[in-house]
Design a protein around this ligand. Structure first.
Ligand SMILES: [Cu+2]
Length: 249
């Protein structure tokens, strides 16, 4: 009996498991430690403390019946409320975690001669559906890791009758999309090999959760400004702040 108890205690100390019934009636076991330690988070905003750039107006030269006489640039979309910058990709470097790829397709919609969304981040292996309901010809030119002809991933004409092109994003890194028909059309997709990332919203805010405790390098990337970095300490069960101020050069 003593021996039996010792074995039990030892087992309990070395491997504590939560037992839960999964949907198919089998028993699933998850180590408690991994659940408890992935409860940190990082949140903050990317913003201009003082002056911020105006949203640029671009005159369109083609297909004005659909595209309009001009388009607003998506490069600098800044909130009047807090000077927060939209469309910044925030990533936590060096945190261990697996991506959940292929759960849902990502959408890149060509709508009135704009790619929507302009910036998004998805797990590696995600299927991308590129839609065209504009009733005119677009040409989707995708690059990986920089705008250079040698970096072309694919380059496909999408005439008005071709409503959808599907492409798998199978490399982690930055994909860049450009329309060779309409110069102003561009989009970015950050393809991630870990789950700790976010894209800033209309007020420049972001939140990244389920992080293990640790000290991390957090990177904020913007298509024009490039990257800002800071070190952030995440404690178990707590929300760490990471605010990025964009200062004039
Ligand atoms: Cu186009």
């Amino acid at each position: 009996m003593t021996k039996y108890r010792t074995v039990l205690t030892s087992a309990a100390l070395t491997l504590v498991v939560l037992i839960a019934w999964s949907t198919n009636g089998q028993i699933a076991a998850t180590p408690v430690r991994s659940i408890l330690s992935n409860d940190g988070s990082i949140s903050g905003a990317v913003r201009f403390p003082d002056d911020y750039p105006e949203r640029e107006k671009i005159t369109t030269t083609k297909d004005q019946a659909v595209c309009g006489a001009f388009q607003y640039s998506e490069s600098f979309v800044v909130s009047e409320e807090n000077h927060g910058l939209k469309n910044v990709v925030v990533t936590v470097e060096g945190a261990e975690g697996k991506v959940k790829a292929g759960q849902a397709a990502a959408i890149l919609d060509q709508n009135k001669c704009q790619y929507t969304p302009h910036v998004q981040a998805v797990p590696v292996g995600t299927k991308l559906e590129i839609l065209n309901n504009d009733g005119l010809l677009h040409n989707v030119h995708a690059y990986f890791d920089g705008l250079d002809p040698k970096n072309t991933v694919f380059n496909k004409a999408q005439p008005k009758f071709l409503k959808k092109i599907t492409q798998t994003l199978d490399k982690a890194g930055m994909y860049f999309f450009k329309c060779d028909v309409h110069d102003h059309m561009s989009a970015y997709i950050a393809v991630m090999d870990h789950p700790y990332y976010a894209v800033t919203d209309e007020t420049g805010r972001f939140a990244i959760s389920n992080l293990p405790a640790g000290t991390y390098k957090v990177k904020a990337w913007h298509e024009v400004l490039g990257s800002l970095e800071k070190t952030v300490i995440v404690e178990s069960g707590k929300a760490a702040d990471a605010n990025f101020d964009i200062l004039p050069n």
